[in-house]
Design a binder for this molecule. Structure first.
Ligand SMILES: NC(=O)c1ccc[n+]([C@@H]2O[C@H](COP(=O)([O-])OP(=O)(O)OC[C@H]3O[C@@H](n4cnc5c(N)ncnc54)[C@H](O)[C@@H]3O)[C@@H](O)[C@H]2O)c1
Ligand SMILES: CC(C)[C@H](C(=O)O)[C@@H](O)C(=O)O
Ligand SMILES: [Mg+2]
Length: 358
């Protein structure tokens, strides 16, 4: 059976890194049909919208989506609905991709690339499960309004709304508990229940869901403490489950434990295991077009695509082993370069992974 894969390179370094991941997927010899479409700022320039209808249709009709990155400062003055980032949010919402899995694994070869001491991060293997279609990201109402009473009367006020429905919390909690069952069976739910009603509700529902998973040890942590513990003793975590906003922030922090944000892949899944796979980083306009971006997060995202949406753990293992092999060879893009290693470009890193594929 042919698997249809939508390839959405996007902006900045997106096309450079996605090209390497596409080459790797193609080289596996599987029955894959890769089809490319425009998204983000590039789609806005060409079609007047960051998520043109034909791109959304292609995404919906595919078994999985390989996504690069979107965004550039030059689009920051556009009305919000036309900004590149809206394409990403639109895809997540339209496809119901509520479960974002962001594994932070430190490859032993990169122990020196992390800004943290090797003994703090060596052997790190944690999974952040981030809810991706709710929270303050999508809450209504939002906007700018005039204040009509109180101390700020007559001023303009920006506002957003944070909320989580019970079913939204339950389904992401199930994903997290099931992931924990396959790992060290420890789940930490991160919230801000000491201040936010939404968070207290989140915590109450997670505790209810926990009754169905007596084999998983559940703990709770406030998000500010979690940010601190992630850099103090990250290996104390196994699986973290959290809301959209806190997950966004904590996953960037977790990325640095692994040496570089260029190493962190992600999967965003819906209830049918259809998924979008993307590096956790952005379009990195500061290094775009220079052939120096690290393509490994995107290549590892392609491995997650094979594992989760195509059920090809065998092929995913091959890709991950090839990534390990190039790191073992000492090849490094500038973001993970350390003493005694060899600097390579984006495309050379892709070449090396292809060569290492068994
Ligand atoms: N998923 C996405 O498409 C996504 C995610 C985050 C940010 N963004 C967008 O990207 C743009 C830039 O945002 P930002 O600068 O806050 O975040 P960013 O992740 O793009 O970049 C942060 C820093 O990390 C570096 N970096 C990122 N990816 C790298 C890679 N693969 N290899 C080497 N270095 C890498 C960049 O050079 C930069 O110094 C903004 O428009 C933002 O909205 C998009
Ligand atoms: C670009 C932005 C909309 C996105 C998010 O906030 O979810 C990004 O930061 C991410 O982590 O995927
Ligand atoms: Mg982010």
């Amino acid at each position: 059976m042919t698997h249809k894969i939508a390839v959405l390179p996007g902006d900045g370094i997106g096309p450079e890194i996605v090209e390497q991941a596409s080459r790797v997927m193609t080289a596996l010899g599987l029955d894959l049909a890769l089809e490319t479409a425009q998204v983000g700022g590039r789609a806005y320039d060409l079609h007047g919208h960051p998520l043109p209808p034909e791109t959304l249709e292609l995404a919906k009709a595919s078994d999985a989506i390989l996504f690069g990155a979107v965004g550039d400062w030059k689009y920051d003055a556009l009305p919000r609905e036309l900004r590149p980032e809206q394409a990403l949010l639109g895809l997540r919402k339209s496809l119901g991709l509520f479960a974002n899995l962001r594994p932070a694994i430190l490859y032993p070869q990169l122990a020196d690339a992390s800004t943290l001491k090797p003994e703090i991060v060596s052997g790190l293997d944690i999974l952040i499960v981030r809810e991706l279609t709710g929270d303050i990201y999508f809450g209504q109402p939002r906007g700018v309004r005039e204040v009509t009473e109180g101390p700020f009367k007559g001023e303009r006020q920006g506002f957003d709304t944070m909320h989580y429905a019970e079913s939204e919390v339950r389904r992401i909690a199930h994903v997290a508990f099931e992931a924990a069952q396959k790992r060290q069976k420890r789940l930490c739910s991160v919230d801000k229940a000491n201040v936010l009603e939404t968070s207290q509700f989140w915590r109450d529902i997670v505790i209810e869901v926990a009754k169905e998973y007596p084999d998983v040890e559940l703990s709770h942590m406030y998000v500010d403490n979690a940010a601190m513990q992630l850099v103090r003793a990250p290996k104390a975590f196994d699986v973290i489950v959290t809301g959209n906003m806190f997950g966004d922030i904590l996953s960037d922090a977790a990325a640095m434990l692994t040496g570089s944000i260029g190493m962190l892949p992600s999967a965003s899944l819906n209830e049918r295991n259809q998924g979008m796979y993307e590096p956790s980083h952005g379009s990195a306009p500061d290094i775009a077009g220079q052939n120096i971006a690290n393509p490994l997060a995107t290549i590892l995202s392609a491995a997650m695509l094979l594992r989760y949406s195509l059920n090809r753990a065998d092929a995913a293992d091959r890709v991950e082993a090839a990534v390990q092999a190039v790191l073992e060879q000492g090849l490094r893009t500038p973001d993970i370069l350390s003493e005694g290693t060899t600097q390579v470009s984006t495309s050379e890193m892709g070449d090396a992974v292809l060569k290492a594929l068994k």
